[in-house]
Design a protein around this ligand. Sequence first.
Ligand code: G3H
Ligand code: ZN
Length: 279
Amino acid sequence: PLTTTGELVTRAHAARTAVAAFNIITLEHVEAVIAGAETAGAPVVLQVSENAVAYRQGRLLPLARAAAVAAERAAVPVALHLDHVRSDRLLRRAADASFSSVMYDASRLPYQENLAATRAAVELAHARGLWIEAELGEIGGKGAHAPGARTDPVEARAFVTDSGVDALAVAIGSVHAMTTRTAALDHGLLGRLRTALEVPLVLHGSSGVPDRELTAAVTGGIAKVNIGTALNQAMTGAIREHLGAHPDAVDARPYLNAGREAMARTVERILTGVGLTLA
Ligand code: G3H
Ligand code: ZN
């Protein structure tokens, strides 16, 4: 059934576990994430990034409507989240498109500007009943997001209090868009952030983090684990392999099916490998 991100994350946070949030781009992503979650018996968040909206030619509704219908019919709870939003215009469209939550990303701005923009976004989001996550400290790999960036616990505490966000994405060593699972997390820093903050913490760039590191991060206070690249890696690899073996292929279904199945296996493997099945 379709549920809300706030509900899933709040429940996970209280139970000291986490909910996984997978980035979706195509209908195959939607179907694969739900299939993998059903096999694992885990609730999931389907998240659409502002970049994915741009890929969908600026149209939010077609993918969102499809994801919402798929979620309603799923055997596990599924929520819809809008990820890495930078435009107020997109934020204003979220609630009407079945999203229950947004991640507002002003993390490339200096602290005071990030705070002011996030505070305004929190007002917009809460007025629409949306749960809102924001980010402090750059998480490496995308543009201004430098690897090696770290969130300062003292600054984070002030940021959460002054902005009113419902959850905070923290930089503790993960980097966006890694294609090897080799990131080492700063568990000492996570512990200090956990002590300093009462809101649920979010880990971005989780594709590059090994299962055991993710499990330790969840034990240490991460309540939402964002995964994107791992799905695209699985899909693209399977399609490349299929087309290599069938150079004369014409029908799109066999290779899209191979891509979808590879993504579903990846989702199931991460959910069971990290132990996110009981949230
Ligand atoms: O917001 C999305 C996540 O941070 C995805 O990161 O593609 O490196 O797994 P990833
Ligand atoms: Zn991210």
